[in-house]
Write a protein that binds this ligand. Structure first.
Ligand code: UDP
Ligand code: MG
Length: 182
């Protein structure tokens, strides 16, 4: 059985529900269909950290439903960091994010937005705890390796900004009984 993501068109781009309509396996099924955008930034790609980062999300039990390597267009970056455009570091941030390819991914699972932020660690790498991506692989806020959406609402917008509807794949795992009480 499969389900179809409902994309709502907004400004020419599809906006996807971070809480997509989802299969429920039983009466106590948790919300296992929350989605978030995770992106390995250009420094992470250059440093060959893509596999390490994917491994962490897979081992945690999240499900990959979208992934691509791309040279991020300026339009996506300016929209993505729209709220930061008045910050003094904004020009350097855009330059950094456009300096090489990024790997954009959509991960799905229970509480994935909050869990991803915890796995990624503090924005300022010097404050990021060991065991987090930033705490293990980054020493400075300006080169902090990875992005993860910071709320379900933001995840919804960011997924719609970075991915077209057809690029997201809804698929069933057969390990949900090991991962969730269903
Ligand atoms: N950033 C920076 N200098 C700062 C604050 C942020 O270069 O003083 C960059 C950094 O790459 C960060 C991104 O801007 O990841 C977005 O900032 P935000 O506060 O949204 O942090 P995040 O959500 O990535 O943890
Ligand atoms: Mg942010």
């Amino acid at each position: 059985m499969s389900f179809i993501l409902r994309g709502l068109l907004s400004g020419g781009r599809a906006v996807y529900r971070a809480r997509a309509p989802c299969l429920h396996y039983g009466s106590v099924a948790p919300d296992i269909c929350e989605r978030t955008l995770v992106a390995v930034k250009p420094d992470g790609v250059q440093r060959r950290l893509v596999g390490e980062i994917i491994k962490r999300f897979e081992k945690r039990g999240f499900k990959l439903v979208g992934m691509k390597l791309l040279q991020a267009p300026e339009g996506i970056l300016s929209e993505h960091y729209h709220d930061l455009q008045k910050k003094p570091f904004y020009p350097a941030l855009i330059h950094y994010m456009a300096s090489g390819p990024v790997v954009a991914m959509v991960w799905e699972g229970h509480n994935v937005v909050k869990s991803s932020r915890l796995m990624v660690g503090e924005t300022d790498s010097s404050q990021a705890k060991p065991g987090t991506v930033r705490g293990d692989f980054s020493v400075h806020i300006s080169r902090n390796v990875i992005h993860a959406s910071d709320s379900v609402e933001v995840a919804e917008k960011e997924i719609g900004l970075w991915f077209h509807r057809a690029e997201l794949v809804s698929w069933e795992t057969n390990d949900h009984i090991d991962l969730y009480q269903v």
